[in-house]
Ligand binder design. Sequence first.
Ligand SMILES: Nc1nc2c(ncn2[C@@H]2O[C@H](COP(=O)(O)OP(=O)(O)OP(=O)(O)O)[C@@H](O)[C@H]2O)c(=O)[nH]1
Ligand SMILES: [Mg+2]
Length: 286
Amino acid sequence: MCYALGMENSTSRFNINWFPGHMAQTLKMIDVELKNCDAIIYVVDARCPQSCINPQFDDFVGRKPVLFVLNKIDLAPAGIKEKFIKSLQLKTPHDVITRNSVKSGGTQAVVNALQKLLADRIKAKLAHGITKTLRVAVIGVTNCGKSTFINNMTNKGKTQTGNRPGVTRTKQWVSITDNLWLLDTPGTLWPSFTNQQVARNLAYVGSIKDDILDTVALSQSLLADLNKLQPEAVLSRFGVTTFEEIAKKRGCLLRGGVLDIRRAAKLILTEYREGKIGKFNLDELL
Ligand SMILES: Nc1nc2c(ncn2[C@@H]2O[C@H](COP(=O)(O)OP(=O)(O)OP(=O)(O)O)[C@@H](O)[C@H]2O)c(=O)[nH]1
Ligand SMILES: [Mg+2]
């Protein structure tokens, strides 16, 4: 495993990198599997879609048409799709849709978007008398909801999911219909984050293992960033805005009235991740 964590300076900012060996293996596996795929479904977390764009995938997206899925749209602010589309520099065929994968329905919209994106390819195959089964690789950073997205398309729990990064460890082909197969892949990050705000955003949304992070520093950093984006949302949720005030207000105290900063940190991170504090576009911090 390769990671580094250390205090950058005294302002509670810290240095995050997480690229365990299985992620490098996953990149090799995707490279091989893509040869037999018609397209890519690139799942990103709608709370920070630009931060989820993995430089390690650049070569992949150049080779096949890409359907970007802004997943967890239920936790994201309005207008995020339009902002993400503006940020895209891609010249090859692609489209963007939004998705709430924990809610039923909407499967047909994904199938329609794929068919539209691959219309020429499908037409060419049919002209040669080939009824083509579409094979599509689903890729994205850890914990963005790839496996949940696939399960939601099948209405069956065919892939393993979980609210922590690194749940999927091996590739898995899943049949959605007779004519559509999706490849679930393990989430992948990149060897080092040159932009630490990207790393922080991914850590805030739970794409980087909490175990390798200083969760108190992470939570304090998150709170500072949420206060920068929408102080009124923080105030409305907690009635106060600083870490210490929130800890006190929520009764995070040890014996003798000492603040239980670990409990307060967990509380703030959990409430943010569950969408209880509000809907923020973390990409605005980049
Ligand atoms: N609110 C919300 N939660 C979601 C959505 N999609 C997935 N989740 C949750 O996000 C967490 C991660 O989902 P997974 O499907 O395991 O994510 P993954 O991308 O496959 O993760 P790895 O396999 O670790 O890379 C789970 O707790 C899901 O319930 C969504 O659209 N909205
Ligand atoms: Mg998974």
